[in-house]
Design a protein around this ligand. Sequence first.
Ligand SMILES: Nc1nc2c(ncn2[C@@H]2O[C@H](COP(=O)(O)OP(=O)(O)OP(=O)(O)O)[C@@H](O)[C@H]2O)c(=O)[nH]1
Ligand SMILES: [Mg+2]
Length: 369
Amino acid sequence: MHIRTFRAASLQDALEEIRQQMGPDASVLHTRQVRDGWMGWLGRTYVEVTAGLRDAIDANGRPSLESDDLEENTFAPEEDASPRQSVFMHSASMLAGPLQAYREQLIDSGVAAITADRWLRATESFAAGLGETHGQPWMEHLQRSIARELRLGGPIRTQPGSKHIVALVGPTGVGKTTTIAKLAAGFRIQERRRIGLVTIDTFRIAAVQQLEAYAEIMDLPMEVVEKPAEMQPAIERLGDVDLVLIDTAGRSPSSDARIDQLVELLRMAQPDETHLVMAATSSVSTVRSVLRGFAPARPTAAILTKLDEATNTAGVLSALSSSDSLPRIPLSYLTNGQQVPDDIQVASAETLLSRLLPTTLQNQHLDAA
Ligand SMILES: Nc1nc2c(ncn2[C@@H]2O[C@H](COP(=O)(O)OP(=O)(O)OP(=O)(O)O)[C@@H](O)[C@H]2O)c(=O)[nH]1
Ligand SMILES: [Mg+2]
């Protein structure tokens, strides 16, 4: 293996020089910021990059990494492909101290290394531009780079007399019925819309009673649908309403048969919008399997519930924003408590990013930076 060190004004310039001088197979081993001048005073800041060139086949028998991996795949869609992992590790070492520490916190919270690197990349160039990292702007810049990846769909839009149909789907116990009640109350009280409710959760008597109780309190018409053929007549019977909210039984994302049943019921309802409800307390792998499992229901938006119980949003946001192989659905609402109708808000980047990591960690690193 040949090892050489390069100095350049920016990371980009250093990588370009490495590529030109060492060829496409070079990998970055180490990066640091240096300052010339007397004791670092009055000097200019440089990026110093150490690169290595190894044989065509490495010690593990894997092909050596392509030059494109070196610079571009840091931003590639998330897949934990092991041959590329070493490049991401290298890219992590480019990172200045506090960012490197923050990267580890993100990874501890379930964010994949490649996603953390993508998020921190923009922050890193910002830090390099400053010559060092300063507290608040550093965190703000990180938040801005993540916000760019978030898709926010805004609220449900209703028109008086248009009979807008919205279904909520998702795994069991995430808060679908509670969210339906919050939405119904909000649209009825604040927007003065006429609301109708439909439940196709007929597996449990208690589930029908739960929605019925809300329908009674709010004096809303409600229909219970057991079979696909009953769906259209039930929607008709709701009469002249502006918004139809359809509650569904929680389903395991891995139960194909029950997802197919749901898809069939939704096909009969022809909803204008289908919101996939997920708990913010879920692990990254759960969110990914829910996104995959419910893809046949063609969700048009996602609702994140139980934000009040989630220690952080980093893992869930990474799962929602990072993979090209899954549909990137926009977030519509966030719920942050059990109270109907208060504990719901339209999804905003501010709310999600203010809870990126637990506050103490966030402050700790802001101070350290
Ligand atoms: N802390 C907290 N609890 C919530 C929130 N939303 C709902 N819950 C609670 O979560 C529990 C389940 O809520 P449901 O609305 O019945 O959930 P569901 O998705 O309809 O459940 P299934 O119909 O069984 O699939 C209840 O105890 C709710 O009060 C929230 O934003 N925060
Ligand atoms: Mg329910």
